[in-house]
Design a protein. Structure first.
Length: 193
């Protein structure tokens, strides 16, 4: 949301005669505009997965090329237009195909990195695993990794991250998105409750 739009404004729009698609389109536009640095109605293709995740759509990396292909006009380019992005984002939101993982699944994933069950993981180890040099074939881009670490380390300079706190923040953020009716399965988006 932009600085002038409150949650109450967005909820009011969703519950007004404008309907849930109007509210979803407003949210999609706001998310898209965050990455449209040139303000020309396009975003770099590499930002599309980040914007989708911001909206509550979490496709696996193996599906991203197909999603991007469906957003290109005719020939793949380095940019995606707003119109093509909006149409695909609405489709994905309504279908619920890429709903977020549950809190339990997220915690289980972090616990693999925490054999002593301390509730924390080492920052350097996590950065190594998430980077392009780590175990992932794609890895996080530097910008994504910096964003993740900023949220995960918020308020601390420790060399470890409390993954339980991070997962709680992430789940709260996803729930807020669902309350507003924008995430897969959210109220008014045509998904299952």
């Amino acid at each position: 949301m932009d600085a002038g739009t409150t949650v109450a404004d967005t909820v009011a729009a969703a519950s007004s005669g404008e309907g849930p698609d109007h509210a979803a389109k407003q949210r999609i536009r706001e998310a898209f505009d965050l990455f449209d640095d040139a303000a020309n109605g396009t975003v770099p293709s590499e930002e599309v997965p980040t914007i989708l995740r911001f909206l509550g759509v979490f496709p696996p990396e193996k599906d991203v090329p197909d999603i991007l292909d469906s957003m290109y006009d005719e020939d793949p380019t380095k940019y995606v237009t707003y119109e093509r992005f909006e149409a695909k984002a609405l489709e994905l939101l309504k279908s619920g195909t890429y709903a977020p993982d549950t809190e339990e699944t997220l915690l289980a994933a972090f616990k693999v990195l925490d054999p002593e069950d301390t509730g924390e993981v080492d920052v350097e180890r996590l950065q190594e695993l998430l980077s392009k040099d780590g175990v992932s074939e794609r890895g996080f881009r530097d910008k994504e990794l910096d964003g993740f670490m900023a949220v995960a380390r918020e308020g601390t300079s420790k060399t470890t991250i409390s993954y339980e706190d991070y997962v709680a923040k992430l789940v709260a953020s996803i729930e807020q998105t669902q309350i507003l009716g924008f995430a897969a399965g959210g109220a008014g988006m045509g998904g299952a409750d």
